[in-house]
Design a protein around this ligand. Structure first.
Ligand SMILES: [Mn+2]
Length: 465
């Protein structure tokens, strides 16, 4: 039986392992251990769909549960070892294909491989006389426990001339920094994921009409994701009509859509373990009211300002600060806030309507790994330690300002329950950024023009009464 894994050439993952090895070698070398995770039961004997650990997949391209990568980093050379499930005809008849150690080594380009059942014995051999073990500390208690056991066993063999590693170190920060900067293969996958998601948003707009339920629109999204080979949504899709849009992580997706309301959709597919993340907000009936349009234009202008502020060399906070300025001025102009711009920014009164950040790293995880702080910030250089880091080429981040106006007595009723967020994904370039989610309609004119294409509201696919 053949399979399409690894999705990239084995050399892509091998290069990442070599880079990791270099960093580990600089710290004296040792053995890096990263596991793929296991299948988790959902209820009774049905499990959740398995999704590989991002770090493990980044370094191996190996898709199965119960895998473990051991990277043995010596001063001169590195050995890549995979531990995975053995072939098992019985289990393969029931659950599907397994590579088994032998085929996995060959197809994925490892130096060596073992059945994962032998993990403990293999670790005893691998860790003997090594200076250190590198793990994602705090993320895999079972592995940490297993390593502790092995250390104890090795210490018991001291009179046989065997030494145990002297330290267990965290490897997360090294991998986080690597994953923060995307390579060509990663950017290609992310662009493809984004195109699928943008197309899904287009189709979701066409599936929207008064009287439909949020879940019907969600179904239109998921259909497009799956139809294009996406394995999962990258996160729980938010399909939030009317006041539900003011719930930032709305999950129910079960309300009926009303004529005159807006619909906020925050949804993106995952493709080969890479996320996309798009938000669009549009009128259920295809046409913005004056009040909705006024608020929408403020958020859109804020997003444009944030996009313009995104480029290599500026700090991560710059797009956020640019967006906040526009949002605050807009809230003043709409008479939703009193006072001058400086006063509103200073007091933070805008936070009543804008309570989240303008973006986050995007990659294998939707809120991707990587520090937001300047790793080199030193107080003695006049840079406070909490200062946000500078953007560099090939970082990927979202740009997603919003305004959320809950109904309240002190607010003009025409603005009640308007929740708007506009989110695109951006690759940082030398001179600016590449917005690669642009195919989802975004301006008022484009959205209204697109939604005018809707067929008369009827379901093309038969539905059970
Ligand atoms: Mn996001």
């Amino acid at each position: 039986m053949s399979s399409f894994y690894p999705t990239q050439k084995p050399s892509v993952y091998a290069k990442r392992r070599a880079k990791l090895a270099q960093a580990v070698r600089a710290q004296g070398g040792g053995v890096v251990l990263i596991r793929s995770g296991e299948e988790i039961m959902r209820n009774r004997d049905s499990d959740y769909p398995f999704r590989t650990d991002s770090y493990f997949y980044y370094l191996t391209g190996f898709p199965e549960p119960e895998g473990c990568l051991a990277l043995v980093v010596g001063q001169e050379s590195t050995q890549s070892i995979l531990l995975c499930r053995e072939k098992n005809e019985e289990r393969e008849i029931w659950d599907g294909f397994r590579y088994g150690p032998k085929a996995a080594r060959k197809q994925f380009g490892f130096d060596n491989s073992y059945p994962v059942d032998e993990l403990e014995e293999v670790l005893e051999n691998l860790l003997a006389n090594q200076p250190a073990v590198f793990l994602r500390l705090g993320e895999d208690p079972e592995l940490e426990g297993g390593v502790s056991e092995v250390l104890k066993t090795l210490r018991g063999k001291v009179r046989m001339g065997i030494g145990a590693p002297h330290s267990v170190q965290d490897v997360s920060h090294i991998l986080d920094e690597m994953r923060l900067f995307k390579g060509k293969e990663e950017l290609d996958t992310m662009r493809r994921a984004a195109s699928i998601s943008a197309f899904a948003h287009q189709q979701a707009m066409l599936a929207t009409h008064p009287g439909a339920h949020e879940y019907e629109v969600e179904a239109a999204l998921l259909y497009i994701f799956k139809r294009h080979g996406s394995e999962f949504p990258a996160y729980g899709s938010i399909v939030a009509g009317g006041e539900n849009a003011c719930v930032l992580h709305y999950r129910a997706n079960n309300a009926e859509l009303k004529d005159g309301d807006l619909l906020l959709i925050d949804a993106g597919c995952e493709l080969d373990c890479y996320a996309s993340d798009i938000t669009r907000t549009f009128p259920v009936n295809g046409k913005f009211s004056k009040a909705q349009q006024a608020v929408y234009e403020v958020v859109l202008e804020a997003q444009y300002a944030a996009i313009a502020a995104t480029k290599a060399g500026v700090r991560f906070n710059a797009p956020h600060d640019a967006a906040v300025k526009v949002l605050a001025q807009g809230l003043i102009d709409l008479k939703l806030l009193n006072g001058g711009l400086d006063e509103v920014l200073e007091s933070g009164s805008y936070r009543r309507f804008y309570m989240h950040r303008t973006g986050h790293w995007l990659g294998m995880d939707v809120h991707d790994c990587g520090s937001y702080r300047d790793p080199s910030a030193k107080p003695e250089d006049g840079v406070a330690p909490h200062t946000s880091r500078k953007l560099k080429e090939n970082m990927v981040l979202t740009i997603e300002p919003g305004l959320y106006i809950r109904a309240a007595e002190d607010i003009d009723s025409k603005y009640h329950n308007i929740g708007i967020r506009i989110e695109d994904d951006a690759i940082v370039t030398k001179t600016g950024c590449e917005i690669y989610t642009h195919e989802a309609p975004k301006t008022v004119a484009d959205i209204q023009k697109w939604m005018a294409k809707r067929a008369a509201p009827k379901n093309k696919i038969a539905k059970i009464k």
